[in-house]
Every structure is written in C-alpha cells, then in structure tokens.
Design a protein around this ligand. Sequence first.
Ligand SMILES: NC(=O)C1=CN([C@@H]2O[C@H](COP(=O)(O)OP(=O)(O)OC[C@H]3O[C@@H](n4cnc5c(N)ncnc54)[C@H](O)[C@@H]3O)[C@@H](O)[C@H]2O)C=CC1
Ligand SMILES: O=C(O)C(=O)Cc1ccc(O)cc1
Length: 305
Amino acid sequence: MSRIYGRIALIGLGLIAGSMSLAIRRAGLAGEVVGYARSEGTRDIAREIGLCDRIEDTAAAAVEGADLVVLCVPVGAMGSVAAEIAPGLKPGATVSDVGSVKRAVIDAVAPHLPDGVHFVPAHPLAGTEHSGPRSGFPELFDNRWCLIVPQEGADRGAVDRLEALWQGIGALTDEMDADHHDLVLAVTSHAPHLIAYTMVGVADDLGRVTDSEVIKYSAAGFRDFTRIAASDPTMWRDVFLNNREATLEILGRFTEELFALQRAIRTGDGDHLHAYFTRTRAIRRGIIEAGQDTDAPDFGRARSG
Ligand SMILES: NC(=O)C1=CN([C@@H]2O[C@H](COP(=O)(O)OP(=O)(O)OC[C@H]3O[C@@H](n4cnc5c(N)ncnc54)[C@H](O)[C@@H]3O)[C@@H](O)[C@H]2O)C=CC1
Ligand SMILES: O=C(O)C(=O)Cc1ccc(O)cc1
C-alpha cells in the first residue's frame, strides 16, 4: 500500500498507539512513525521492542515536522497533552485522537490548537483488557469500526486522509456527530463496562462464596465480566468522568429495567421474563444477520458478500 503521511507522531505509547504503529509500519502507510510517552520506563520498553521508528524524550521533539499527530493518552489527559504539543505543531498538520469519549475531548483539545492545524477526532472500536507498550499488535483494528468525528467546517482533504489511514490498517470507517457518538458508546461500551465492574465487585464482596470458588466455577458470562473488569483503571475512570450525562442516562434506564426484572422474579411472573428474553434474543440475531458480528470467523466474507 502507498504512503499516506510523511511523518506520524503518536503520543502515549500503550495498547492503541502500539497497535497503530505496528500496523502503519507493516502496511507502509507513513515515511516514519515517531513515538513519545511521558514515562521514561515506557520509552525504554518502546525502544527495546522497536515499537516505532524513533522514540523521542519530549512531546515537542516527537511532533516536530509531523504531518499527523495522534493523541493516544487517557481521555482526561488529552487537554494537557494538546497544550504541551501545540507550540511545536507544523502548519497544515492534522491532530487526531483515539479517545473513547468525543465531546469532552473536543472541548479540551480544540482551544489549544493553532489556526492552520486540522483537528479530526476519531475512535477505533477495538481494544482488549491489556494496556501498556507491550500490549499492542498489528491486527487489532482488522474489520473493526473506527468512528471519525469531523468538526464543523473541517477540511475535507484532512478528514479523507485520516479515514484512508484507518482503512489502510484494516478498519471500517464511519462518520458521526460527537454527542451522538457519546450516547451510542454509553449504551454499547461504557455502561456494559460499569456493569462488569459491578458484578465482579459483588462476587468479591460475597462472604459466603470464596474468591477461589468464583475463579474455579466461573461460567462463561462471569468470565467475560472478569476480562472486561481487568481493563485499565485510569482509562475507565476518565471515560466515566468525561461521558457523565450519557452514561447516567443509560444507567438510569438500566436500573429501571433491572427493578422490573427483579420484581418479576419475586412475584413469579414468568411471562414477563420470557417476553423480555425473547425481545433481547432478537437483538443478537439482528447483529448476526446484519453481518456485524466482528468476532465471527466469516465476518470478512459477510461484509464483502
Ligand atoms: N484500551 C482500549 O480497549 C481502547 C482505548 N481507547 C482509548 O485510547 C486511549 C489510550 O488507551 P490505551 O492505549 O488502551 O491506554 P494505555 O494505558 O495502554 O496507554 C496510555 C498511554 O498514555 C500514557 N499517559 C497516561 N497519562 C498520561 C499523561 N497525563 N500524559 C502523557 N501520557 C500519559 C501512558 O503512560 C501510556 O503510555 C484512551 O483515550 C482510551 O480511551 C480507544 C479504544 C479502545
Ligand atoms: O475489550 C473489550 O471488550 C472492549 O470493549 C474494548 C474497547 C474498550 C474501549 C473502547 O473505547 C473501545 C473498545
């Protein structure tokens, strides 16, 4: 594949930046990928494993001459990182991010960027429970969505170029408004993560069932919860603090439905339970029929066929 950017700088060398660097370099989409991480230990590991073409010791040195700068730090750190890199940005460069929340990141980053620099926020809907510079792998984005959130008056060329980069590393792209993105993600990702955290916390608190019994007899549902609940605490703290309204709206609806199901169990209302589970089963079948089950082995074929 041909080169899309001359130099790309990745700020924050964890799961997402690491996976991006490996995938971009494998596909030859940039002349050079430069990395920066705040901690010296992370920079040392990144150098040792050859994560980027070059690792710089300051954010200013990393963004110098970069055509694309991608902020890959926790959502709560995006604003301060933007302030730090702003003076060193090349005129005409594009700044993007990979944050799981969009409105708060846009509000925190945009005011720091100088005129003549394009800001194109994005969010790859791909990840794992692992974090840090050793956790990245180049296939992470294969067949996963990356949502691009162009700002009003955005330069079309800058948006198209960023979309081409994400497509070049295997992702499917769509464009979405920031507030709508935050509501969609609250229901599909943020609230489910909180529910997983809560369920694992409940199991841990339960005096009559030991932790070792929970681990030993974990059925599939709880196993999935424990995987999700092992995700990075800083990242998820920042997601909830920065997508507060949408998450609270979804959790409000969730607790109402949970109370209704709780009541149906207490009163022995099997019809209610059966009707509810029938409705929810249809959602899963809809995902499969639409060819959107990205974990299915034939997902690639379902898309192209
Ligand atoms: N992990 C996941 O599954 C996904 C994460 N994201 C988003 O991607 C971003 C990065 O996440 P990961 O790569 O998973 O995280 P990570 O924890 O693997 O890496 C984050 C990096 O940012 C650095 N960092 C933390 N605070 C910083 C600060 N104040 N200033 C400078 N650097 C700082 C860390 O040292 C680390 O190098 C987050 O905004 C997250 O919401 C998006 C999609 C999926
Ligand atoms: O590991 C999982 O199950 C995930 O849900 C990964 C993930 C986490 C955060 C995002 O913003 C997008 C994807």
